[in-house]
Structures are given as structure tokens and as C-alpha cells.
Design a protein. Structure first.
Lengths: 785, 292
């Protein structure tokens, strides 16, 4: 790896921008390879092809937040028309596992069973019915009698960790729960230096508590899996997943059958945003198929998706900073109390990113991070774009504004004084790895200063403080600085396989999982660039556990950076073989030859096309298939950087908040597909604005979600979007494929703290809780009088 | 879950007369189906009662906008898209255009009808406040003939209204209120989000300001009571008042608190709603004053 990067002709060695003239396919925005078929409605999603004789699964969900199942009577349901299979805790084996689709062994506790004799939230599984139609299944479910012993429900994290609280996971089987008797799914602490000494040496010590709530990933396509037995009686699972290989492994565990008996197919996916990094729905239809021999389908409704799928972990953050009068940070500490809901999926790794991604943005000699994630009888947390970082930046970026205000320093100046930059080490990287000790990280490319310069100008930062404060509509401007990572260092691994065809086209097989992100396009661009062919010459296929090599999956901002590098290596290998074959045909030295524009050229002017060479190797000369494969894993995790700015208008009579203008400047290294990178930025900001302003879980006193539909749970729609400008600030990341870093998660870290900062500038009221609703504004203004 | 299609009967009579005859023969059996933008949401959620539905979407007798020198008549099937595009409505009844623009999004506006909005009787709908403020008159038709009734008072309770079995909303008539004659129009929808969102509070106020005095003050509100609300106390407080009177805003706001009978629900709280309604009443007074 080191050899490859130093030999890289575009590496300037200091993270600055090289000349791009030599890029032919990357850093351009061709039409996405799947655009046409999707636009024509030909892209095949999980539900688009239905095997004959398929059964439909429906679930009886728990009406109680916390209860023991005393008995389940399905006698009537079994006799109902169309009913073929009924599954519940008395007829499915108890295999503790996690639904979190992570590397093996998963750093999440194995605290879930397919069906338990206990329910832990309103919306937990009780009993599944498979029938000829969904209507048959629903009618049968209506006849099932369940006797519950209702237990006290824990609806806040504070109650969960209070002494004497009822225990949510008391069964003996689960493993990996940090402190089950205290309802703690996980605990984590890390420190650098001595924060207490740092506070003591500071001119100002400031401590604040911030709270941020539930949100759902809300992919347009809900969870769905269709299962059947193929002609060899192997279980085939077509599923909307971000993690086909983890899905296969966890399914094998849960079903107690060998991995070899399972094939997982990932077709086109209608978005995931993390919620499909969960092996959530595959097991039930798979069990039905294994028991009945018939194909089975389970598709969640929107309501089920909101209540019973996965969410963002709500978090309470207590932040404390020690600073000198000139703004120099002396100590920074973060204490997190997270809410994992009924199960601990991703609890440890998400909270690890809350501290690990947000704290190091500002350099301090002393850090402390102390996190606990508690079980409650509420919906379950999971992976969600940003993966803990949005919660972390919510605390860090509001705190920075509060410090600037206390010290009377410009918020930008305070950040510039302390922020990490090129050549700096991330001191927390070793302390906070993926569920254990991590790997040292040095920043090799950082465009943050330029992001700030561009953003400040685009928003008109100098107007800050000059707005009229007497009318009914008050304006304000705010900013935040952000970072993320690119893959999980030392964990994420991807592989790719390429072979050359008769006409010089190439099949590219990857385990990387395009879930609507555009990775099929980006990986094809990388292959084409490395090989010297056109994008159209690459025929990509992703992903199928029988056909494509392994990839950990679409998460942790890893696809471009990790999977991209595996594609680049495989392409380099194929290119070497093409040149070697030409050298053999011409009986010359390979290093005399140049491969470009789909042909190999001799210095004397002769040329052989890739097609000529392939036909020669397939049919005549030293017959062999030109093909190669490569794997990639990285101990480095270069952060992309961003600065977000916005202008808001607050109506003091109604409390309404209007975002007038939004600028997001991002350094993602070299953007492989600039339009897609801008699209990720705009989409991330849109999701983040929902998180900041409109998305809220309302529960009744029994813990049931009250607003489980898109009519009442408000995601930000296209029409709600402000004027928005996404600016790509190029740098060159020497460890990334063609200089690329990640881009898809970082934008969602911005809006929630940014809105707090901009609203403070507009009306002088500081909100430390999100989402900020018109009612909150109105109440705060009334209290202020 | 989506409802089971075979449990539903839909007929689409070619003429209004046949539709009315069918409803008269089997009173209470047939539910009208216009644009379907309310009914199909229920259907999709499995909450639409199985039964018989009468599609009126194709009936020309209920469609179209008629403009005379002093009034505009909207057929029940007039869509939001048609309202937005009509020049007279834009000029003289701008709050209907505002309400249309804020209803759902484009697809809904091409399909949703004013008649459906009225008959759906939601207290949170966007057009009814404007129809209250414009003092609209409804024409209702059945096999027995037509009758006309004031829109104010048509809705009698949550999802209840003065519509008899066998009756359809035929049209809504509103007098033109040109700005040149001193008419002031004030419309505001307060919601979580700009579009595809049910309001927390909706406000429509209209009055004619002549020589600094407000007349024909009419105010309708959405989402602050079990039906669209006629703000009778506030109207009375403003009727005949001098708009320059400095105490008028406070009096309007106080009266509004008496008018509102809001509740707490998942979208907002009663206190927020009543306070915002009061603030909007005061803002309405300022708009009148600008004119006077
Ligand atoms: C995504 C979405 C967003 C929406 N946003 C809004 C919004 O912002 N504001 C808003 O106010 N509404 C909104 N609606 C609701 C709906 O679009 C409106 O209420 C619309 O005006 C209903 O008209 P329709 O013709 O589609 O009614 P239908 O669904 O056909 O009928 C509604 C009801 O009225 C009855 N009915 C219809 N026509 C007549 C008639 N002529 N005589 C007697 N009864 C009749 C029907 O029997 C039914 O009970 C939204 C709906 C959707 C799906």
C-alpha cells in the first residue's frame, strides 16, 4: 500500500491539490450506470419479482412496552383459511444474536432472539403468521389470544439507570451486555491527559447539557425480504440490505444451518441510510420457507418501519470545556447517556463515534469521554447515517458557539484557533477503536480552512449582528465545522473481481452494496480510469453472496474509500496482465508498452486493442482468461471535513423557523463523481434539517408511538428545502483511490447544531434540545417576556 | 395495510341526474368519490369502510369556475390547480389561491377538489377558513332539487355538517372582493413544515376598510376547534372599528382567546394554538391599518 501511494503520479506529497488533467473518467459526472433502468422503471427491486406460490408474512406486534408472555393460543388461527405457518417463542429455537449487521464477532450484544417469551417495547415481535395472502394472515392474527403479565415500563434513560429499576434483559442466554442488572447495554470511557488539571488551568470552564431525540432513517423502500428454496434446496434470500454478507452469516447463525446452504441476493435498493445495516426481516420468511418449502415474503409497512425497525439513538450529552481568555482549549470532556431502546444493536459503536468523531475536531491537551448506553422499553436504536457523530457534533458545535459567546470571540475565530489540520494526529483514535483499541490516525489532507472561507463569504458572515431586532421576523446567521471518517480502520474489508471480454469490455464483480448511493457508478469509474477504458466498457454487478466476492457492506462511509481501492488494485492487476499479453504477442519487454484508450501501444507506433489482446489470449496465444481480484483493508480512516452556514428567520409571533439560505462546503478529497457528491451533501442536509426541526417521536404514557406515519412524522421534503448551495472543496487524500475520501455521512452532522447557533443569533435564545419546534420558540420567548 | 379491493363497489354514472337518482333510491348507501385524495388515503391504510362508492369525478355539471360581475362560483369538482390558475380568483379572492397553493403539493392540487375539502369536514383543512372569511354560500343538490345555505355554520361538529343523505355539494359562491374597493385579505398557515403538512393553526381574515373603518369583518380559523372556526367575538370586536385605534390589536387578541377552543394533540398544544391565533388576530389588525 505504501509503495502504491508514493508511486502515485497525482500525489503532491503534502495533501495539496494536484493537476487533474490526466483524469479521464473520475472527477467527472457521467450519467449513473443505473440511471436509465431506474428512470424507465426497469430496475428490479426486491418486490418486483415474485416467485410462484409465495406466502405472505404478517406479524402480531406487542401492544405492551414491557411484559412477559404467559401463553399464546393460536388454535383458531391455525384453522383460518390460507394459514400455512405460525411462528412464536414456543416453536422457534432460542438463539441469541444481534440484528446489527457488523463484522464478526459483532461488537453489539447478542441480546435478541427471533421470538422471546418477553416483549420489551410496543412493536416488539410476538407471533408471525404466514398465509396465502396478507389479508388471510391479518385475519388469522386477529384471532390469536396472548396472555401477558405486564411489567413496569421504563420510558426514560434516567429511569433505566436508577437504582432498583426493573431489569429489561434478565434472561441467562444473552452475551456481551455490559451491565444487564443496571440496564446498561454498554459503557465506554477514554481519556487523554488529565481534564481536571486542564479545567483548573483554564480562565473559563463552561458546562452544558444537550439532548437530541429519536429519528428514523425513512428510506422510501421499507424493509423487505423474499425467500425461497432453489433447485438444490438451498435457501435463497432476496433482501433490501446494506450488508449481504453479514446477512448470510447472521442468518446461518439464527437458522442453525451452514453458510453454504444460504445465498443472499441484493437487487436495487430504495435507500437504507443505515437502517438496512440490520438483519431485521430475513429470519421470519426464511423460517417459513424452511418449514413449508414454499417461498415467503415479509415487507414492513411504513408504520412498522417507524415503530419496529431501527432509529437514531437519542442522547443526552453533558459537555464541559476549559478555555483560556484567547480561546485556546485546555480541556474538553463529553459525557453521554444514550438510549438504545429495547435492544443493544450498534449501541457501543454508535456511542464510540459520538465521542470519537466529534471531539478530535478541536485540539486539546486533555480529553475525557465517558459514555453509557441504557436499555429502555422504547423503539430500538441502530445504524443511521452519521452513526453517532450527529449526536456528538450536536454537543461539540453548540458548545463552541457558547464558548465564543462567553468570551466575546467570533465563533469562526474560536474554531480556527483550535481545529485540527493537516499533519496533526488524532489523539483519541487509539483510545476509541471499533469496540476496542484503535489505530493511530494522522491527518494527511484537510480542506477545512478553505471550507470555512468559502462558506463565510457565500452566506455573508459579515452581516451577522447587523440585523434589525425589533420586527416580528428576526434573522440570524450561524456556522458549524464538521468531520467524519472513511471506513472503519482495521475492520472494513472489500474485494473486487475483474475479467476481460472479447471486445475489451470488462465484468466487474463487487460485494460493495449500491443502495441508491451511486456506488456502482463510482466503482465503475475507478475501474475505467485505472484501466484506460470508457465507463461504458465496465459491466458492474453487485452484490450476491454466490457470485461476488466479500465486502463488509455499505456503511461507515467506506464504499468509495475501501471498496474503491480494492477495485483500483484489481484493475491495476488486469492492466498489468493486458500489457504482459501484448508484450508476449510482440515478443518485447512489457515496460516499453503503454496502455491507454483501450489499447496497448508500442513505441514504434503499433497498437493492439484490448479486444485484440483478449481474443488472442482466449483463443490463440498462451491461452488464459485475463482476470484479477484484489482485497483492501485500511488502518487509516481519513476524515472528510465540512463547514456549514445558514441564515434563518424566526417569526416571534408564531415561533415559525424559516431557513432562508444554507451553504455546505465539503472537503471529500477528490470527488470521484462531483454531482453525486453534491447530491449526497444536499440529501444529508435535508435529512439533517428534519432532525433539527421537524422529526419527532411522540409517545403516549405507555410508550406507544403516537405519530407513526409520514402524515404526522415529518421528514423534510424537497419543497421544504431552503436555497442551498453545496460546494466541493478539493484536496488530495494520498491513501484514497484517486485521492478520494468519504462524503455521504458528514453532511447530516451539520443542521441540528447549526440551527441552534443561527436561532441564537436571531433571537438570543439558546436551545439545547432538538428538534426545535415553533412551540419551543414561542414558549422560550414568553418565558423571557 | 391497503384494503381488499373486491370489497368495494364503485359506479360512475354519466350524468348528475343519474347520480342523484341512484342516491335517492338507496339513501345513505352511496358515498361520493371526487378526487379521492382523502378517501384513497383511508383506503391505502385499510381504514375505508367497504361498501358502495359513487364516482362523481366525470360529471360536467359539477365542474368549472363561473365568473360574473360580482361573484365567482366554483363547481364542487374545481381542483386546487384550477383555482390557482384563475385570474379573477387571483385578483379578487387571493386567499383561495393561497389556500390552494398550500394544500398538499402539485399532485394533490391536480386531483383534490374544493367540494371534497368541504365535505371531508376536517377542522384542519386549508380552504374552509378562507370560505368563512369570504362568507361563501353553498349550493346543495339532490334528486329533490337544490337549496342554498351559508358556509358559515355548515359544519356543526367534528366531521359533522348540514348535508343530508342523497345530497351533493354542487357549488360554492363567493362575492368578489377587489382591493380597489378597500378589501383586505390576510391568510396565514402555521405548520411544522411548509408543504404536505397539516396546520397547527390556519387563519383567514377579510374586511373592507373604507375611510379608516373596518366593515364586513369575517375571520375563519383551522385547527383550533373541532370544526373550522368562525371567530365571532373577534369579528364583533373589529366590526365598525377605526383601524388606527391603538388599542385595537390588544382587543382583537383578547377576543380571539375567547373564540378559540383548541386542544392538545400530537401536532401542538392548546396554549400554543390559542396564543398564536391571538397573535395572528393582532397581525390582521396591522394589515387592516396598513390599508386604512
Ligand atoms: C398528500 C396529501 C396532502 C394533503 N394536504 C392537504 C392540505 O395541505 N390541506 C388540506 O386542506 N387538505 C389536504 N389534503 C386532503 C385532500 O386533498 C383535500 O381535502 C381535498 O380537497 C379532498 O378533495 P377530493 O376531491 O380528493 O375528495 P375525496 O377524497 O374524493 O372525498 C372526500 C370526502 O368528501 C366527500 N365528497 C367529495 N365530493 C363531494 C361532493 N361534491 N358532495 C358531497 N360529498 C363529497 C367524499 O364522500 C368524502 O367523504 C391532502 C391529502 C393528501 C393525500
Amino acid at each position: 500500500m505504501a509503495d502504491e501511494t508514493t508511486a502515485n503520479p497525482w500525489d503532491t506529497g503534502d495533501g495539496s491539490m494536484p493537476e487533474y488533467d490526466r483524469f479521464n473518467v473520475v472527477n467527472k459526472s457521467p450519467r449513473r450506470v443505473d440511471a436509465l433502468k431506474l428512470a424507465l422503471g426497469k430496475g428490479t427491486f426486491t418486490d418486483d419479482e415474485v416467485p410462484a406460490g409465495m406466502l405472505h408474512v404478517k406479524m402480531l406486534w406487542s401492544p405492551h412496552a414491557h411484559a412477559r408472555i404467559v401463553s399464546i393460543d393460536t388454535s383458531e388461527a391455525e384453522k383460518m383459511p390460507g394459514v400455512q405457518c405460525i411462528l412464536h417463542c414456543n416453536n422457534v429455537s432460542r438463539v441469541p444474536h444481534t440484528t446489527a449487521g457488523q463484522g464478526f464477532p459483532e461488537p453489539s450484544p447478542w441480546d435478541a432472539l427471533c421470538f422471546d417469551d418477553k416483549v420489551r417495547f410496543v412493536g416488539d415481535r410476538v407471533c408471525a403468521v404466514a398465509a396465502e395472502t396478507e389479508a388471510d394472515a391479518l385475519r388469522a392474527i386477529a384471532t390469536i389470544k396472548v396472555e401477558y403479565e405486564v411489567l413496569p415500563a421504563i420510558l426514560t434513560v434516567e429511569d433505566a439507570v436508577a437504582p432498583g429499576a426493573v431489569q429489561i434483559h434478565e434472561h441467562p442466554e444473552p452475551t456481551g451486555i455490559s451491565k444487564p442488572e443496571q440496564n446498561l447495554a454498554c459503557t465506554l470511557d477514554a481519556s487523554v491527559g488529565d481534564v481536571e488539571a486542564g479545567f483548573a488551568a483554564s480562565d473559563l470552564v463552561i458546562e452544558r447539557t444537550y439532548r437530541i431525540g429519536y429519528a428514523q432513517q425513512s428510506p422510501i423502500e421499507p424493509h423487505i425480504a423474499i425467500t425461497w428454496l432453489d433447485e438444490d434446496d438451498r435457501l435463497t434470500v432476496r433482501v433490501a440490505t446494506q450488508v449481504p454478507f453479514h446477512s448470510r452469516r447472521i442468518l446461518a447463525q439464527v437458522l442453525e444451518i451452514p453458510v453454504a446452504r444460504i445465498r443472499v441476493i441484493k437487487p436495487r435498493i430504495g435507500g437504507g441510510f443505515g437502517v438496512k445495516q440490520e438483519v431485521l426481516v430475513e429470519d421470519v420468511p426464511a423460517l417459513v420457507t424452511l418449514r413449508t418449502g414454499r417461498p415467503a415474503r415479509w415487507c414492513l409497512t411504513r408504520e412498522e418501519e417507524l415503530v419496529s425497525a431501527r432509529t437514531r439513538h437519542p442522547s443526552k450529552l453533558t459537555m464541559k470545556a476549559g478555555v483560556m481568555k484567547d480561546g485556546t482549549l485546555q480541556a474538553l470532556s463529553m459525557e453521554v447517556l444514550g438510549n438504545s431502546g429495547a435492544y443493544g444493536a450498534h449501541a457501543l459503536t454508535v456511542v464510540s463515534c459520538t465521542g470519537g468523531k466529534a471531539l478530535p475536531l478541536y485540539k486539546a491537551p486533555n480529553y475525557r469521554f465517558d459514555a453509557r448506553v441504557a436499555y429502555t422499553n422504547l423503539p430500538v436504536g441502530g445504524a443511521f447515517r452519521g452513526y453517532g457523530a450527529p449526536q456528538g457534533f450536536y454537543g461539540v458545535e453548540i458548545l463552541m458557539d457558547e464558548i465564543a459567546h462567553e468570551l466575546g470571540i467570533d465563533p469562526i475565530a474560536l474554531r480556527e484557533k483550535n481545529m485540527i489540520g493537516s499533519g496533526d494526529d488524532n489523539p483519541l483514535a487509539v483510545a476509541l477503536g471499533e469496540g476496542g483499541e484503535g489505530f493511530p490516525q494522522r491527518i494527511r489532507s484537510c480542506g477545512l480552512p478553505e471550507c470555512i472561507t468559502i462558506g463565510r463569504e457565500a452566506i455573508g458572515w459579515e452581516r451577522r449582528g447587523s440585523f434589525d431586532k425589533t420586527g416580528t421576523k428576526r434573522r440570524g446567521i450561524g456556522m458549524v465545522a464538521l468531520m467524519q471518517g472513511s471506513g472503519i480502520p482495521g475492520v472494513d474489508m472489500a474485494s473486487a473481481f475483474l475479467k476481460l471480454n472479447d471486445d475489451g469490455s470488462l465484468n466487474l464483480l463487487v460485494g460493495a452494496t449500491d443502495i441508491g448511493t451511486g456506488s456502482d457508478t463510482i466503482l465503475s469509474q475507478i475501474a475505467a480510469e485505472e484501466l484506460g477504458v470508457q465507463l461504458e466498457d465496465i459491466i458492474i454487478y453487485s452484490a450476491d453472496t454466490d457470485l461476488t466476492p466479500f465486502d463488509t457492506g455499505a456503511y461507515a462511509s467506506s464504499t468509495t474509500y475501501i471498496s474503491g481501492q480494492s477495485v483500483k488494485k484489481a484493475a491495476a492487476g488486469v492492466k498489468r496482465q493486458i500489457i504482459a499479453a501484448a508484450a508476449e504477442i510482440w515478443k518485447c519487454e512489457a515496460d516499453e508498452l503503454v496502455a491507454a484508450d483501450k489499447a496497448v501501444r508500442h513505441p514504434d507506433g503499433r497498437a493492439l486493442s484490448y479486444g485484440d489482446i483478449c481474443r488472442s489470449t482466449l483463443y490463440h496465444h498462451n491461452q488464459h482468461q485475463i482476470m484479477d481480484h484484489a482485497s483492501h483493508m485500511s488502518y487509516e480512516c481519513p476524515p472528510p471535513f465540512a463547514a456549514h452556514f445558514c441564515e434563518v428567520e424566526v417569526d416571534v409571533e408564531t415561533g415559525e423557523i424559516k431557513v432562508l439560505d444554507y451553504v455546505a462546503a465539503v472537503d471529500c478529497g477528490v470527488a470521484i463523481h462531483p454531482t453525486a457528491a453534491e447530491g449526497q451533501t444536499e440529501g444529508g442536509v435535508q435529512m439533517g434539517l428534519g432532525y433539527a426541526l421537524t422529526e419527532r417521536y411522540c409517545f403516549d404514557e405507555k410508550g406507544a408511538m403516537q405519530n407513526a406515519s409520514f402524515a404526522d412524522y415529518k421528514i423534510f421534503s424537497a419543497l421544504d428545502m431552503p436555497d442551498m448551495k453545496a460546494v466541493l472543496v478539493p484536496t488530495y487524500e494520498p491513501t484514497g483511490p484517486f485521492g478520494a475520501k468519504s462524503v455521504s455521512e458528514i453532511p447530516i452532522n451539520g443542521p441540528a447544531p447549526l440551527l441552534s447557533n443561527a436561532i441564537f443569533d436571531a433571537i438570543g435564545v439558546r436551545f439545547r434540545e432538538a428538534p426545535i419546534t415553533p412551540e419551543m420558540i414561542w414558549r422560550a420567548l414568553r418565558e423571557r417576556g | 395495510m391497503r384494503a381488499n379491493v373486491p370489497q368495494y363497489d364503485v359506479v360512475a354514472p354519466p350524468t348528475l341526474a343519474e347520480a342523484l337518482a341512484l342516491m335517492a333510491r338507496e339513501p345513505g348507501v352511496w358515498t361520493p368519490l371526487a378526487g379521492g385524495t382523502d378517501l384513497m388515503v383511508l383506503f391505502e391504510a385499510g381504514k375505508l369502510p367497504p361498501g358502495r362508492y359513487l364516482s362523481i369525478w366525470g360529471l360536467p355539471e359539477l365542474a368549472g369556475i363561473q365568473v360574473t360581475a360580482d361573484a365567482v362560483t366554483l363547481g364542487a369538482l374545481t381542483t386546487y390547480g384550477e383555482i390557482r390558475a384563475n385570474a379573477t380568483v387571483q385578483a379578487d379572492l387571493p386567499m383561495l389561491v393561497r389556500a390552494a397553493r398550500e394544500t398538499g403539493a402539485i399532485a394533490i392540487q391536480n386531483r383534490g377538489t374544493i367540494g371534497g375539502n368541504i365535505a371531508n369536514a376536517s377542522p384542519a383543512a386549508d380552504s374552509p377558513p378562507a370560505l368563512v372569511a369570504y362568507d361563501a354560500a353553498l349550493t346543495l343538490i339532490s334528486a329533490a332539487g337544490t337549496r342554498t345555505t351559508a358556509f358559515r355554520g355548515f359544519h356543526t361538529g367534528y366531521k359533522r355538517m348540514d348535508l343530508r343523505p342523497g345530497e351533493l355539494v354542487q357549488s360554492v359562491r363567493v362575492l368578489r372582493r377587489p382591493a380597489a374597493d378597500g378589501w383586505v385579505h390576510f391568510y396565514k398557515k402555521v405548520g411544522t413544515r411548509a408543504f404536505q403538512a397539516i396546520s397547527k393553526v390556519g387563519f383567514a381574515g377579510c374586511a373592507q376598510v373604507v375611510d379608516g373603518v373596518a366593515r364586513e369583518v369575517r375571520i375563519g380559523l383551522a385547527s383550533v376547534a373541532p370544526t373550522v372556526l368562525v371567530a365571532a367575538h373577534t369579528e364583533a370586536a373589529l366590526e365598525g372599528a377605526r383601524v388606527a385605534d391603538p388599542g385595537l390589536e390588544a382587543r382583537a387578541a383578547q377576543a380571539m382567546v375567547r373564540d378559540v377552543t383548541a386542544i392538545d394533540d400530537i401536532r401542538s398544544t392548546a396554549r400554543y394554538r390559542s396564543q398564536v391565533a391571538a397573535n395572528l388576530a393582532a397581525a390582521f389588525v396591522r394589515a387592516l391599518r396598513e390599508r386604512g
